[in-house]
Design a protein around this ligand. Sequence first.
Ligand code: PLP
Length: 395
Amino acid sequence: MPGRNHLYIPGPTNIPDSVLSAMHVPSEDHRSPNFPKLVTPILENLKKIFHTEKGQCFIFPATGTAGWEVAITNTLSRGDKVLAYRFGQFSHLWIDLAKRLGMDVEFHEVPWGEGVPLDHLEARLKEDKGHEIKALLICHNETATGVTSDLPGVRKALDNANHPALFFVDGVSSIGSLEFRLDDWGVDVGLAGTQKGFMLPAGLCLLGFSQKALKARETAGCNRAFLDIHDHMVHNPGGYFPYTPAIPLLHGLKKAMELMLEEGMDNVWKRHARLAEGVRCAVRGWGLEMCAKDPKWYSNSVTAIVVPEGFDARDVMHYAYHRYNLSLGAGLSEVLGKVFRIGHLGDLNELMLASAITGSEMSLLDAGIKVTPGSGIAAASEYWRKTAAPLAPRA
Ligand code: PLP
């Protein structure tokens, strides 16, 4: 099909040209005296993006899923109790992984479209007087439903209960696009992948560990080998890795983080918030519902849109892909066929997103869903126009 594919799945996301160019490098010697010049600033900038001065960041040649395992195996022992809430495919998969690693997983079902229920969490932590719960597995942004949970609220629940559980955060679709502060929010392990807010291909798993989590490693009994942070703690200070790193991805990460820090993380978060609200205006313009049940859950990196009863969201995606070269995110598992998703994270601006909205609108109509032509894009564009940064008139 002529023209480029319009990629609006919630990861992998669009890669800026300068990041693509940065990855176009010849092979190099990862044990050379020059190599730390690449690695050391990357580890320093990663700390800025995770908002940690006290903690330590790690990079594994892996994906977000490995990050779940790194968090657990480096801090806990087989049979330890962990507490989680299941409200989408990714919170579900983390629970499944924790079980497979031999954790005693206590999980609570939450309707898909909601996030971490803070009252329940605080009550459960207060009830756990013997501190049997060793860690919380919290999916910050449930990519399957477009729901963001309140991380400072989780920290408050831990503090109110005076509970010492480790606080693990899956930030795969939040870190780098939504506000995240490892130190200020008392997060013990935060984890991300490169293919979302970091605007890169998949292939690196990025983590931030608090001092408390680093200390927990000393007594953690889980078996670990390739994913042991200790080997990184030995090699990283000199600017090296314990095994052959994915060098082109490191060059890409360096460039991507430079772009993010140049824009400023506050501005990155604000841009995502404004773009996301435009998408939500479009959904309201169509008269459709979001999967996120209440504004307090709205995600600024992905919106899951519910198709009306009697329709199948896969038809919308079918027309989008085959007629308009537009890739939308599918509904996963329990919401298969019920929702389609627009990913709005990473290297993105209003008019890029306008193509996703227009293409979705055309595909909704093609699938027989009666939305008013132009209603979505009109609502989004008016919102973006009215909230645009002031610009001096042409001289
Ligand atoms: N967690 C969340 C919230 C995700 O969205 C994803 C992937 O989309 C994952 C974890 C798994 O990450 P990966 O596919 O990089 O292993």
